[in-house]
Write a protein that binds this ligand. Structure first.
Ligand SMILES: Cc1cc2nc3c(=O)[nH]c(=O)nc-3n(C[C@H](O)[C@H](O)[C@H](O)COP(=O)(O)OP(=O)(O)OC[C@H]3O[C@@H](n4cnc5c(N)ncnc54)[C@H](O)[C@@H]3O)c2cc1C
Length: 426
């Protein structure tokens, strides 16, 4: 199994063979060239603003070209928790944003002619235990009553119409979610931003941001520039250059394997409706088909991707995949890779402004749709000056309890043990 991002073999990714020069002065400088940054850049450039995306590596290098491609409704925390923490009205607005985010991806893909296989295949949330299925039973009425959103139960006896395994105790289907090829999507989004007039600068790591009056002076590894506004779109790769944000975001590794191409019959048996599938655990598995390959992911290690965590994860994920799908015991696993997720301490996504710097972060594994949406939304708020009115700005962005985190996630091994223990008892 080779350590390589399978998605990168399906598209010509943006590279750094020709570097766009760093402009000296812009209206908006965006740090980070993933969905958040590129969606914001597209929106701002279409509004005739002079905008630059400053990306440390190559455009699309981060989570945006490595993920599972699941374009999901909802937020990371259960909507019951969101109502409990923020009240009914705000929860309704936040959920509506999640529906809008999937629609926005669909709209952009169509408008910009992005060839990324976007399709509303729906998602399947599987119950690992009977009590999970009991909890899912409550979801159907709850989502209809509170959010006017229809989801459907799949009882254990009907599971084979949705998934080729008997290990689960039932499932829930949400037909509104979709799926796409993440690398093709981010490459297409970059093309759209560039066509609209945004400057996309690879190999331009931002090393310093200094505010002088109302303007920002930004140093990059390739030169400096001046900007009216700054948007931080660095997700799980947020670093010391935005220290305050770094202290609010925990980088967590997530890993994926891709099998060889399976026969049509086997692929159909594994996922007859080609759903985006994930389970109920904290240490969850998520999987889906693409081009008859099983793309199977999980939080196999908690630390971000490096040669070690990727190679260990490959073996762990293969074992987990075979527990669900024994039919895959002879299937060759051809690729393994990892990427970094961004978790806020409340597991919520946050968009706002601090010290005059805009941000959208904390997608917690729900960023394909939400990062696209918040990039565009924050971009509009930058021009209108109304970010505080947006639902994702209406609640606090907490740091670590007792301030026990300075950007070095020393507690990740403990968190791993904690969540594994919770999966045993819950
Ligand atoms: C393995 C994996 C699977 C996932 N699966 C799903 C899924 O199925 N569905 C879903 O909704 N979400 C999923 N996610 C999450 C989703 O990919 C992210 O939420 C989303 O891509 C975030 O986009 P972004 O643009 O904010 O950040 P990113 O795409 O991570 O981009 C941030 C960029 O900032 C750059 N950067 C950092 N610091 C600097 C600096 N100082 N100067 C310049 N540039 C800098 C980085 O190089 C990076 O390219 C997954 C993530 C991973 C890792």
């Amino acid at each position: 199994m080779q350590q390589q991002i399978y998605w990168h073999t399906t598209v010509q990714m943006s590279d750094d063979s020709v570097l766009t020069p760093i402009p000296s002065k812009v209206d908006v400088a965006i740090i980070g060239g993933g969905y958040t940054g590129l969606s914001a850049a597209r929106t701002l450039a279409k509004d005739n603003l002079k905008v630059v995306v400053l990306e440390a590596e190559t455009i699309g290098w981060g989570a945006s070209s490595r993920n599972g491609g699941m374009t999901l409704t909802g937020l990371k925390p259960a909507m019951q928790t969101v109502i409990k923490n923020y009240g009914r009205d705000l929860a309704k607005d936040l959920f509506q944003c999640s529906l809008d985010s999937v629609s926005l991806v669909e709209q952009i893909v169509k408008e910009e002619n992005i060839d990324c296989g976007f399709s509303r295949n729906g998602h399947l949330l599987t119950a690992n235990k009977a009590k999970h299925y009991d909890a899912l039973k409550g979801e159907v009425d709850f989502m209809a009553k509170e959010f006017n959103h229809n989801v459907r139960l799949v009882p254990p006896k009907d599971l084979r119409s949705e998934i080729g395994t008997d290990v689960y105790h039932g499932a829930l289907v949400d037909e509104v979610s979709g799926g796409l090829n993440p690398a093709q999507y981010v490459t297409g989004l970059a093309g759209a931003a560039a066509r609209a007039g945004a400057m996309l600068c690879a190999q331009a790591r931002v090393t310093q941001i200094e505010r002088r009056g109302k303007r920002f002076f930004i140093q990059t590894e390739r030169g400096s520039l001046e900007a009216e506004s700054v948007l931080v779109a660095t997700s799980g790769y947020t670093g010391g250059v935005t220290k305050k944000l770094q202290k609010k975001i925990v980088p967590i590794g997530s890993f994926i394997i891709a099998t060889e191409r399976l026969s049509d019959e086997l692929a159909h048996e594994l996922s007859p409706k080609n759903r985006m599938i994930f389970d109920y655990k904290h240490f969850l598995n998520y999987f889906r088909l693409w081009d008859n390959r099983m793309i199977f992911g999980g939080r196999a290690a908690f630390f971000p991707e490096n040669e070690n965590t990727v190679s260990r994860s490959g073996e762990i994920l293969r074992r987990e995949m075979m527990q669900i799908y024994p039919q895959l015991k002879d299937a060759k696993v051809e690729y393994v890779w990892g990427g970094t997720l961004d978790f806020a301490f409340d597991q919520m996504t946050h968009a706002g402004e601090e010290d005059g710097i805009f941000y959208a972060l904390g997608y917690a594994g729900h960023g394909v749709a939400m990062a696209t949406y918040l990039g565009a939304t924050v971009a509009k708020a930058i021009t209108k000056g109304n970010i505080k009115e947006h639902p994702f700005s209406k609640f606090g962005f907490p740091g670590a309890p007792l301030g026990l985190y300075n950007g070095n996630p020393w507690f990740l091994p403990l968190a791993g043990v904690w969540y594994k223990a919770l999966d045993l008892i819950e």
